[in-house]
Design a protein around this ligand. Sequence first.
Ligand code: UDX
Ligand code: ADP
Length: 452
Amino acid sequence: MKVCCIGAGYVGGPTMAVIAQKCPHIEVTVVDINQERIAEWNSDHLPVYEPGLDAVVQECRGKNLFFSSDVDKAILESEMIFLAVNTPTKTYGIGAGRAADLRYVENCARQIAKVAQGDKIVVEKSTLPVRTAESIKHILTANSQGRNFQILSNPEFLAEGTAIQDLESPDRVLIGGDPTKEGQVAVDQLVSIYENWVPREKIITTNIWSSELSKLTANAFLAQRISSINAISALCEATGANVDEVAHAIGTDERIGPKFLKASVGFGGSCFKKDILNLAYMCEHFGLKEVADYWNSVIEMNDYQKKRFSANVLSHLFNTVSHKKIALYGFAFKKDTNDTRESAAISIASDLLAESANVTIFDPKVSEEQIRKDLHVSDDNQKVSIAKDPYEAAEEADAILILTEWDMFKTLDFTKIYEMMRKPAFIYDGRNILDIEALRKIGFDAQSIGRT
Ligand code: UDX
Ligand code: ADP
């Protein structure tokens, strides 16, 4: 059997690599119009950093896993085509800033309609608004010329940083298909791929719309937990409660559960904000204003948390950061990824730059080029510098802000760092990963989210 995936990004690359690894009898080709990205997938320096990904790619590449920019050939040869192209928030026209921009998905559907010679199963992997499958189907059937196209929704639930683990042992696999006989045959075919490594009882089949909506809902619920604990973190700071203790205490209630209760400087990533905006936009479209407002407030709380963090930094540094050196530890939106999309670090750095601070950034995996792109600053901009390690970043700094929870930050020599900094030396842990009392003993003016 031959399958292909259009889109070699954070979803398409890792997902297809694991399918290839678990199904040696299936030939998997990942295609992308971005030739540079494909060249990287074929090199020793993969475009996506994920723990464990290199090993899987090395094991399968050239055997049953191929990366190519020949999209037409892959469509022609594959029985099943996964779509994992980007679906950013629209930046123009109706729904700008809220609705999903479906042009990449539509382009793919048109290309499949043009190129395919036989029957195809098209699997949507990208997170999409509910009823997108219907649009894809409409384009394909309007151009079918006797070919049978089946559309399935198979949303990906992997989280970056743990993608390989999540793909190898998922909590569930969700497959939505048409209730017709042909639709169910297509569903069974996709089920049979996952059955190579996922227990059957973990594979949930639904209609297409339930599957599409479940993905948006899952992300909205996860983000809502973070905004809820972040809201409580503000109250903890006002009252002297400790947010980690509160999270632990409530998380032991089985109905609440302990995960996704880590207060932070704000959630980032390519999915949460985009999917909630999309969900709320859809609610408005259907006249459900109160429902839209409810979900929008999750994003508002996240924006508030980021602003609150920047404002706290400013107030601790005597209400001015102008020409002070502020070291940012971490730029990725979470640990173990090189992805910076919607990272809280971008907002914090931008707030500080607007106050005329000198910002020095260290991240173990994000490139200087990416950081400068995200902050819209050129190589010769003197206000932003990139440090090669955390110690270099701390040299003569007024403050250190922990913005990503990289494990390496937990084992730094903070006594040495303290000595290198200007005094009073301020540290603000936006991820609550450090022992704040120990830092205070060293001499730091230390703060962390949700603690006094
Ligand atoms: C998320 C979903 O988890 C995943 O199922 C979906 O497929 C895609 O979106 P991802 O964005 O990759 O995955 O990472 P996730 O681990 O969910 O973290 C998102 C953001 O929330 C990060 O910025 C993270 O630091 C933050 N976060 C997470 C918290 O601030 N507190 C927490 O307790 C958990
Ligand atoms: P995600 O995080 O959802 O995987 P990415 O932006 O990392 O999103 O990856 C999406 C990929 O899809 C990009 O590399 C982009 O070049 C690719 N892409 C978009 N449209 C097409 C298309 N019509 N044909 C092939 N690849 C496409």
